[in-house]
Write a protein that binds this ligand. Sequence first.
Ligand code: ADP
Length: 468
Amino acid sequence: MVQIGIRWKLAVIFLTVILVTLFSTNWLILNSLETYYLKGRETNYLTYANIIAGTGRDYLIHGERHLQFLARDYGKQVGARVLFLDDRGKVLIDSFSEGWLVGQVLKHEEVTAALKGKSGTGLHFLSTGERVLYVSVPVVKRKQIIGAVLLSGGIDDLFEALEEIQQKILFLSLISALVAGFLSFFLANALTRPIKELNTVVQKVARGYLHQRVKERGRDELGMLARSFNTMSAQLEKLDRARRDFIANASHELKSPLGSIKALAESLIYSNEKDPAVYKEFLGDINSEIDRLNQLVQELLQLVELEEEGGELRIQNQSVLGIIEHVLKLAKPLALEKNIHLSGDAPKELSWPLNHDLAVRMLLNLVDNSIKYTPPGGRVQIEIFEQDGKLVIIVRDSGEGIPPEDLPHIFDRFYRVDKARARETGGSGLGLAIVQKAVKLHGGIITVDSRLDVGTVFEIKIPRQNAM
Ligand code: ADP
C-alpha cells in the first residue's frame, strides 16, 4: 500500500475545508440574491397592480375604451402585460390588444385568490421556456369585488443578471481555490518539514551515528520535541563515550600486569638459569602480578554489578556497630602490618536501613585507602552517628592528604593521584568509584576534605528513606 505522508493529508484537509466553505457561501449568496430580486419584482408588480386596480375601478363596468388606454400605458411603464378581468375571471381588457384572450375565463390560482379578495402571486413557465411572474389583485368598489387586475411579465432578465453574478462568483471562487490549494500545500509543507528532518536524524541516530542534532526552531511543540531529542542524543553520546573510555581504561589497566607476567615468564624461558631460588623469586613476582590482575577484575565486576543493581537493592535494618566491627576485623591485618592505629565508634543502639554487603564494601574501601595512604604510626578512625535524620559516616586519617587539584577527580573511575605511587600500593583507581556508586544506591552523598600532610576526611550522609 502506498503511504500518504502527513503533508498531503494536511493539504487535502485544508483544501477540503476551504472548498466546502467557499461553495456553501457561494450557494447561500446566490440563493439569497435570487429571493431578494424576485421579491423586489413581486412588490413592484403588486404596487402597480394596486394602483391600476384603484385607477381603473370606476371604468371597469362601462368604460372599456378608457380601460384599454390605462392598461396599455401602465403596461408600458411596468414592462408587463396588464389584464382587466370581471368578477368571474373573464378577460375584459388585454394591454397587448390580442383579441383571442378577451372573453376567456382565467382559472389561475392568482386570479381565484384575487376574486376572493386576496392578492396572488406565482411563477410560471411558458411553453416557450420563458419564466413569467403573475401578480393579481382584486378591484374593489364599495366593499364589493367587481373584478381583478392581472399583471404578467417575463423575469428572464432577472435570471440572466443572476447568472452573470454566478459566473463572476464562480470565477473568483476558482481563483481563490487555486490560491488556497497552493497555500495549503506550502503550509502543510512548512508544518511537516521539521517532522521530516527529525525523522531523518532519528533514523541516523538509530543506526548509531550519535553525534546527529536537529535544528531547534521555535517554542512550539515541535521545537520542544527537537530540544528533547537533542538532549537525549547528547546524553546517549555521553554514555557511549563513557562506555568506550571505560573499556579503553580497563584494557589499559589489564595490560600492564599482563605485560609484566609475560616479561617475567619469557626471561625464565630464554635464560639458562639453573638456580631454583631465582625461579622461585620470579614466580613470586608473577604471582603478585596475578593478584593485582585478580583484584582489578574483581573491582571491575563489582562496578558492573553495582551499575546493574539499580532498583532491586535489598535493604534491611542493620546494626551500625556490627558493620564497623566487621570492617575492623577485615582491615586489622593491613593496619597491623603498617603499624597504624585503627579504631571505630558508633552508638550501640543505632541501626539503619542499609544493604549489608554494600555498606561493608564502601566502608572497607575507604578504610583500606586510608591505611594505604597513611605513613606508619598514623591513625585511621571510623565514626558513625545520626544527625538531622541522616546517617553520617566519617572516615578520618592522618595520612599524606590529596592535592586540591586532584580532589574533584578522585571519584572518577581509574583516577589516581600519583600513578607511580598507586602502582606501588596496588591501587587501580576504581575503589572510590565503587564507594560513590554504593552511596548513591543508598540515596546518599559522599564528600571529601583533605589537607596535604595533615590528613583526609571522607563523609557520607545517608537518609533513612529514599534509598534507591
Ligand atoms: P586506588 O585503588 O588507586 O586507591 P581509589 O579510587 O580508591 O583508587 O582512589 C583514587 C585516588 O585517590 C587514589 O589513587 C589516591 O591517590 C587518592 N586517595 C584515596 N583515598 C585517599 C586517602 N585516604 N588519602 C590520600 N589519598 C587518597
